[in-house]
Design a protein around this ligand. Structure first.
Ligand SMILES: [Fe+2]
Length: 367
């Protein structure tokens, strides 16, 4: 990729492509104290108020800079590398991390160790990369005092508060408003599919786990989706198309959201899974279509619950797991509450927290 200058027109060249860069596009990017705030790098001018007939009166290339005089009297030096970094319209930080699809064979995944200076460290960068690769990461030895999970979440980004509060306590209790607060087994599910938007990332912090059961389970929804697409394309298709209603009711709130069990992005790639078979309501469709839908959902459920895909492990006190609620399903095996205490705390953060932190750390460590 390079810049070429021909008679005051500026071109970018990439492989066999040569395209003129619009003068207005360059004019929007002028820098210097008069045009950009020094600290925030935000514009001090409004490009929508500029004359749309902006043209280049004179241009030259000097070392790594484009030196341009615009016809409205503005003169600027633009860093070529910075300009070129914008030619690709894709996010370079998050999307460039290759997702590692996994199933029950997954072994030896790296755990991270909590330290006081973790959040602004290179270790945090590596932790976040691992999180985006596998969809989860475990951090050991995280302090458990004073709802530390909230501090932990707020040190990455911001807690996503819900009607369950800033954080929630997962232990069996009388008259629960969710099966999470019992000692029953929980089949693999995603959290809160009834919210709009669904919380992106769940943090679960083990405060105490003195029971024999109560193992944590995880399933990679990406792997299951890709396998379903290959093995049963007609099931995959209908599960990406039919929107179902997810609903949660409590004394003070009624939450509803409509979406397919497998949601694809605009370019038909994997975006998000939702699965919580106690909370979904399928619309009335033609009988034949429903016939196919129910077969498809059953197959999907079989896969999510299959030993082929599931990993099981025991969280110990001070372990904190961070998991992608758009990609992974989680659950737990049953336990006997009489054996001792099992107490986890949970909260949510959204992708802007982890993405913002990762971009910051890449900037800080020049990665
Ligand atoms: Fe859950």
């Amino acid at each position: 990729m390079k810049i070429e200058l021909v008679e005051n027109k500026i071109y970018f060249i990439s492989s066999s492509l040569k395209k003129e860069i619009h003068p207005f596009w360059l004019r929007e990017r002028v820098n210097g104290e008069e045009f950009l705030d020094k600290n925030t790098q935000q514009r001090l001018f409004d490009p929508t108020s500029l004359n749309s007939n902006i043209a280049i009166s004179k241009a030259s290339i000097s070392d790594d800079y484009l030196v341009i005089n615009f016809n409205d009297g503005v003169h600027s030096k633009l860093n070529i590398e910075k300009i070129a970094s914008e030619f690709s319209n894709e996010d370079k930080v998050i999307k460039s991390i290759d997702k590692v699809k996994w199933n029950s064979d997954l072994k030896n995944i790296k755990n991270f160790e909590y330290q006081d200076d973790l959040f602004d460290s290179k270790e945090m960068h590596d932790l976040l990369i691992s999180f985006y690769q596998y969809g989860f990461v475990i951090i050991k030895n995280v302090p458990t005092n004073d709802n530390f999970i909230v501090k932990f979440a707020n040190s990455i980004g911001s807690v996503r508060r819900t009607n369950f509060g800033e954080h929630f306590n997962v232990k069996s209790k009388p008259d629960p408003n969710d099966l999470a607060y019992t000692s029953l087994a929980l089949a693999p599910h995603t959290d809160n599919p009834y919210r709009n938007p669904v919380p992106c990332i769940q943090l679960l912090h083990c405060i105490e786990n003195k029971v024999n059961g109560g193992l944590s389970t995880l399933v990679d929804g990406l792997t299951v989706t890709e396998d379903l697409k290959t093995d049963h394309p007609e099931f995959y298709k209908i599960l990406t198309e039919i929107k179902v209603k997810f609903k949660f009711i409590d004394k003070e709130i009624v939450l509803e959201n409509w979406s397919p069990l497998i949601e694809l992005s605009d370019d038909r790639e994997f975006k998000q899974v939702r699965f919580s078979p106690r909370l979904d309501f399928v619309p009335v469709l033609d009988k034949d279509k429903l016939d196919l839908y129910y077969k498809a959902r059953k197959k999907l459920s079989e896969k999510y619950n299959s030993d082929k895909y599931k990993i099981e492990f025991k969280l110990s006190a001070k372990d904190l797991i961070m998991m992608d609620n758009y990609r992974l399903l989680h659950g737990r095996t049953a336990y006997q509450a009489s054996e001792g205490e099992r107490f986890l705390q949970g909260c949510y953060i959204d992708y802007d927290s982890t993405e913002g932190k990762l971009r910051h750390l890449k900037r800080k460590f020049n990665l």
